[in-house]
Design a protein around this ligand. Structure first.
Ligand code: AMP
Length: 231
């Protein structure tokens, strides 16, 4: 399977990705996680990316496109399939996939009202030892020991999340337009389990029914939106 999941910050993508990875066996590729690891490792790409991330801004398209295209060619992705989380974030990034003939089978769109997103983001905390994510109100840590070591992502402040949500809305329409016929839209302001129960059969059904990508005459790259022969 070749899957893309889209949703604003804190729309619940991470939790659904865990379910999808566990059930369908795909490689989960979170571009946010890849960039944060590069920043922690102190690579040149990571340090440059960190400056954008700290401001809540998107990193430049060419930087993230190179990282993702190289990663998708690795053998685990080509054999097990993949789930892209956080990419594409712009129409440019979407076109970069299509230009290489990489057409996702399904694009999952998690839809959550902005007011809920802000509340979720500002209370979000990570346990650096386990990687577990908590919310101070909705999913408190299990004990005071874990509580003491929790950290907040530097871009999880109210001001920065508003920048990130605006960027998401600005680009979202153009991206879903690129993948029109393969978007599954689900309401994300429900329990993670309820979302998964809707998503799982929807993904399974689409994976068996999805049309193969074709070379598209009017667009000039391989896509699945138009079956007209190259004229
Ligand atoms: P996330 O963990 O997905 O919220 O991503 C955290 C930050 O990483 C974003 O706010 C961006 O600065 C950067 N980032 C992640 N994915 C992308 C992408 N596809 N394009 C540009 N920047 C990205």
């Amino acid at each position: 399977p070749k899957l893309i999941i889209m949703g604003a910050p804190a729309s619940g993508k991470g939790t659904q990705c865990e379910f999808i990875r566990g059930h369908f066996g795909v490689v989960h590729l979170s571009t946010g996680d890849i960039l944060r690891k590069a920043a922690t490792d102190g690579t040149q790409v990571g340090l440059t990316a960190k400056e954008f991330m700290n401001r809540g801004e998107l990193v430049p398209d060419d930087m993230i496109v190179t990282i993702v295209l190289e990663r998708l060619m690795e053998v685990d992705c080509t054999t097990r399939g993949w789930l892209l989380d956080g990419f594409p974030r712009t129409a440019e990034q979407g076109r970069a996939l299509l230009d290489k003939g990489i057409v996702a089978d399904i694009v999952i769109q998690l839809d959550v009202p902005d007011s809920i997103l802000v509340e979720r983001v500002v209370g979000r905390r990570t346990d650096p030892e386990t990687g577990n994510i908590y919310h101070l109100t909705f999913k408190p840590p299990p004990n005071s020991q874990v509580s003491k070591r929790l950290i907040q992502r530097s871009d999880d402040t109210e001001a920065k999340v508003k920048v990130r949500i605006n960027a998401f809305h600005k680009n979202m329409g153009a991206i879903t337009d690129l993948f029109k016929d393969r978007v599954i839209k689900v309401k994300g302001d429900r329990s993670a389990q309820a979302i998964w129960e809707e998503l799982k059969p929807a993904i399974s059904t689409r994976l068996t029914a999805v049309p193969a990508p074709v070379r598209c005459g009017c667009w000039g790259w391989v896509c699945a939106n138009d079956t007209k022969p190259n004229e």
